[in-house]
Write a protein that binds this ligand. Structure first.
Ligand SMILES: *Cc1c(COP(=O)(O)O)cnc(C)c1O
Length: 492
């Protein structure tokens, strides 16, 4: 072992064995955190004292890592968002998995910059990208880039689409010159990351037309065609349509094949947002509709949702890899690559997105997918879909509860009906209170949404730890809280 002889500053410890002991303790605590997830309350609100302690002045001097770790362990670790617990059903949060944590940990040890150059982390990311092409049915010449999530994947996809359809070199001339009148389409149920992307690519949110949805909350394709025709008649330039596999509100999936057909005949870029809906490819009941994403020009989805990879990890896939490269490449001398040595390893991932320095995100994805196999992920997806059907059935059987949207995939939206005579306004307040009560009591963490003006208790099942019995507990608690709140309300 080489020792330091001169006392120059370094961040390495004087005593590696003390450091090793802290790491061993941390791994034990981390595993205990996961192992205890089944029994712990789903959410513990961060105490004010702990928050105040964290907001301290910039540390000038050193603190032994054992002390820093202790502060983390007592004041941060217990107060997470709760998605590692089985009763977390809010928004769309994956639960993570231990093998993925191992990948994240080892990626931090390796500390690779996956922007480019000749090293193994790039090969591993390419492997993950290849698996995703195979999964989605995109051709071998497609390209892919791991991202922080679907929001960033959408920005990347929309940038390529815009550049491809611009009138001139938009990268040099800007949108004011090269993108006059360009408009795109998605449904009114699409995720807000699409309008954010339209803002960021310079076209503006108004250039993203929101197509109305049908009773199943899927894009109304007749309306889409009519809107495209109206925009063309007004002299505008339709260039893109984005469909969703698994909307955040209700889990609806647009008619992907039909939207693909319209995109083709209209000459539009066809994007698919499959953030969590990518899981539908594993479901015999949903595979056919979702599988039409193989027609897409670009797809964005997340590993950190239904695939259970620890945050954060998503991917942008682009059918035309050369268009993708042409949009983001353009390194200067200092970053030039070479035939040999460390500066080899083309193509570099930095030429496929806005970031030069990139984390080794692929490792936790690889650890997760290798350790559990696609079959392991498929089993979770199908369990969650069956659990949603189970919950919907139980809700339907309860006279005090009402389903607010058809349960198609993994999301159940329902409400408590309160006491006779309560109007929608009162019921909205009641159902918001029920959700906040459940969260604050640490019993369960659904979220809310609004459907046709009605507040829904929204249960999204993307968590591999959720047991069907947890859903029975949830329902009993909703009924109990609803009962208590309406009886005190009418007594008051
Ligand atoms: C979560 C989600 C997004 C955004 O993805 P992030 O990974 O949070 O950036 C976009 N679309 C849908 C349908 C989602 O569920």
């Amino acid at each position: 072992m080489s020792e330091r002889t001169v006392s120059e500053p370094t961040l390495d410890p004087a005593d590696w064995s003390a450091l090793r002991a802290v790491f061993h303790q941390a791994v034990d605590d981390g595993i205990a955190h996961l192992q205890g997830a089944l029994d712990a309350p789903v959410w513990v609100p961060p105490p004010e004292e702990a928050k105040a302690l964290l907001h301290e002045p910039m540390p000038q001097g050193a603190t032994p890592v054992a002390e820093v770790y202790e502060q983390f362990k007592t004041q941060v670790l217990p107060y997470g968002v709760g998605n590692v617990r089985p009763a977390f059903y809010g928004w769309v949060h994956g639960a993570g998995n231990a093998e993925g944590v191992l990948g994240d940990l080892m990626a931090a040890f390796m500390n690779c910059n996956v922007g480019g150059r000749a090293h193994m982390a790039n090969e591993l990311e390419r492997t993950v990208v290849d698996w995703c092409k195979e999964l989605t049915g995109l051709p071998p010449e497609a390209s892919g880039l791991l991202t922080s999530g679907t929001s960033m994947a959408t920005v990347i996809a929309m940038t390529v689409a815009r550049t491809r359809h611009a009138d001139g070199d938009v990268g040099r001339e800007g949108v004011a010159v090269a993108c006059k009148g360009m408009v795109g389409y998605t449904s009114s149920e699409a995720h807000s990351c699409l309008s954010k992307a339209f803002d960021m690519i310079g076209l503006g949110r108004n250039a993203l037309r929101l197509v109305p949805v049908n009773a199943d909350r899927e894009m109304d394709c007749d309306a889409l065609e009519a809107m495209i025709a109206a925009d063309r008649a007004a002299g505008l330039k339709p260039f893109m349509v984005a469909a969703t596999v698994g909307t955040v509100n209700t889990g609806a999936t647009d008619d992907i094949a039909r939207v693909a057909g319209i995109a083709k005949s209209e000459g539009l870029w066809f994007h698919v947002d499959a953030a969590f809906g990518i899981g539908a490819l594993f479901s015999p009941a949903h595979r056919e509709r979702a599988g039409a994403m193989r027609e897409a020009d670009s797809i964005g989805f997340d590993f950190h949702k239904w695939f259970q990879v620890p945050y954060d990890a998503g991917i942008a896939l682009i059918r035309d890899g050369r268009a993708h490269y042409a949009t983001f490449s353009g390194r200067k001398e200092y970053l030039a690559s070479s035939e040999r040595g460390l500066a080899a390893g083309e193509p570099w991932f930095c030429d496929y997105g806005p970031e030069l320095s990139r984390t080794f995100r692929a490792l936790k994805v690889w650890f997760t997918l290798k350790s559990h196999g696609f079959e392991g992920i498929a089993a979770i997806v199908n369990k969650n879909i069956a659990q949603a059907a189970h919950l919907a059935e139980k809700v339907e059987a309860q006279p005090k509860l009402e389903i607010l949207s058809p349960t198609r995939l993994n999301i159940v939206c329902f409400r408590h009906l309160g006491a006779p005579g309560m109007d929608d306004k009162a019921l909205n307040a009641l159902n918001k209170d029920i959700v906040a009560d459940l969260q604050e009591a640490g019993i369960a963490a659904p979220s809310t949404t609004t459907l046709n003006g009605r507040t829904a208790i929204r249960v999204c099942l993307v968590n591999h730890r959720t047991r069907t019995s947890d859903l029975d507990t949830l329902l009993a608690a909703v009924l109990d809280i609803g009962q208590r709140r309406t009886s005190t309300a009418s007594a008051a």
